[in-house]
Design a protein around this ligand. Structure first.
Ligand code: PLP
Length: 452
């Protein structure tokens, strides 16, 4: 018996022993196409020789030096690179070891920014329902996934949630996309006014919603409106691009397609591509200046922040993306993936929506296409799809609770940026087969404990 407390105690997990390109291999020699990059992590696939070489070289030089004593060349170069590649308004970097840490740091940074400016009355954070920002208590508190929050509610800091921008479910037929976007953006203004305009620190949102709702892009104009509202009340805009960022949607940052720049943003998953745990908070000069002309330091820190091995991995991954012109491939293969998904599922009675950007796509599963009714959550259809896909050598990222944390199912796809046209075809073919197999078994009793 394993001595690890696994994610699910009763699940029988295969043992991963290797990976090359977009495939992972288990101890029985079975190959899996990693069409979700784990959880949108493995953005350049597995075993890339350049990253391995960079990691070996860094290990031979220096594995660790505490950031309270030293900086390192590799961390400095990564920060320079991230700022140089970002639009104006993203000027500084704070390194951490993952997405939840990046959100925690972003929240504290936003709060301290106002304390430095003598606005310590500001204390409220507004976020959106159906969002995921991480599992540590601060990140969980801003997250809007009811199922994940419920057990821990008594421990969570006070946060306020408004509607997501989820056009497939929430736009009425009488509304244009623009009108819908305005309506949900104005919920932010209403909430700010309700809490008192000088009481709000920040609005936190995923630019393209990831795991909780399944690659939900904002409607056109939504984030422009959000940016205007934040500016009107001096509220900081924090964008969580832990999953959708670092090239996943075809631009380095997903917000570049919205015509806005956040004050603070979080990145992680694709930053290190799974080769090392790393996350970062990226932010504007105005934030930095408040610290530099105030107390002179950000009151935060972790033992492993700016870890040289993590920085080396991230720098190498970002170099590969540039040298192999992978963002072009994200755009091209993203379009192809979208087209193939539509061909396969547009007339499927149990697929209500095909959505996403770049190589960040999802299908939303419905019991009935015409009225968008979800399947009974007790069927755990998303888990059955995951099992059927794995049986066919395909890793996808299905999740339940799409609509409100309890009802709805979707399947998220986030293949490596290196995916080619033939592999896109195979992914969609296996996903279609897995979904149909899962549906044909739905209704029959399943041991849900074994499925997570
Ligand atoms: C995964 C994720 C996080 C949390 O990142 P961890 O590295 O798992 O802590 C935060 N925000 C979003 C949008 C994510 O997808």
């Amino acid at each position: 018996m394993s001595k690890i407390l696994h994610r699910s105690i009763y699940a029988k997990l295969p043992i991963a022993v290797g990976g090359r390109g977009i495939e992972l291999f288990d101890a029985d020699g079975k190959a899996y196409i990693d069409a979700s990059g784990g959880a949108a992590v493995s953005c350049i696939g597995h075993g890339h020789p350049d990253v391995l070489a960079a990691l070996h070289a860094q290990l031979d030089k220096l594995a660790y030096a505490h950031t309270g004593f030293f900086t390192t060349e590799v961390a400095e170069r990564l920060a320079d690179r991230l700022v140089a590649d970002s639009p104006d308004g993203i000027d500084y970097v704070y390194f951490v070891s993952g997405g939840s840490e990046a959100i925690e740091a972003a929240l504290k940074m936003a709060r301290q920014y106002f304390v430095e400016r003598g606005e310590s009355r500001r204390r409220h954070v507004i976020a959106r329902r159906q969002s995921y920002h991480g599992n540590t208590l601060g990140a969980l508190a801003v997250g809007g996934n009811e199922w994940r929050r419920a057990k821990f509610k008594p421990l969570l800091i006070e946060t306020h949630h408004i509607a997501p921008c989820y056009a497939y479910r929430d736009r009425s037929d009488a509304e244009s996309e623009l009108e819908y976007g305005d309506r949900v953006a104005y919920e932010l203004e209403a909430k700010i006014l309700e809490l008192g305009p000088h009481g709000v620190i920040a609005f936190v949102a995923e630019t393209v919603v990831g795991a909780t709702a399944g690659a939900v892009p904002p409607v056109k104009g939504y984030f422009r409106k959000v940016r205007e509202i934040c500016d009107r009340y001096g509220v900081l805009l924090i964008l969580d691009e832990v999953m959708c960022g670092m090239g996943r949607t075809g631009t380095l940052h997903a917000f570049e397609q919205e015509g806005i720049v956040p004050d603070i943003m979080s990145v992680a998953k694709g930053l290190g591509g799974g080769y090392q745990p790393i996350g970062a908070v990226l932010f504007g000069r105005h934030i930095y200046n408040a610290f530099s002309s105030g107390s002179g330091f950000f009151q935060h820190g972790h033992t492993y922040m700016g870890h040289p091995m993590a920085a080396a991995a991230a720098l190498a991954v970002q170099n590969v993306i540039r040298e192999e012109r992978l963002l072009d491939n994200v755009m091209r293969m993203g379009e192809l993936l979208n087209r193939r998904l539509r061909e396969r599922f547009d007339s499927h009675n149990h697929v209500g929506d095909v959505r996403g950007r770049g190589l960040f796509r999802a299908i939303e599963i419905v019991a009935e296409r015409s009225n968008k009714a979800p399947f009974d959550p007790a069927q755990k259809l998303n888990a059955v799809v995951k099992r059927e896909a794995l049986a066919r050598g395909l890793m996808v990222y299905p999740m339940g609770g799409t609509i409100d944390g309890a009802r709805g199912d979707h399947v998220l796809l986030a293949p490596p940026f290196t995916v080619n046209a033939g592999q896109v075809d195979t992914i969609v073919e296996r996903l279609g087969d897995a979904l149909d197999a899962a549906l044909s078994k739905s209704g029959s009793p399943i041991n849900v404990d074994l499925l997570q």
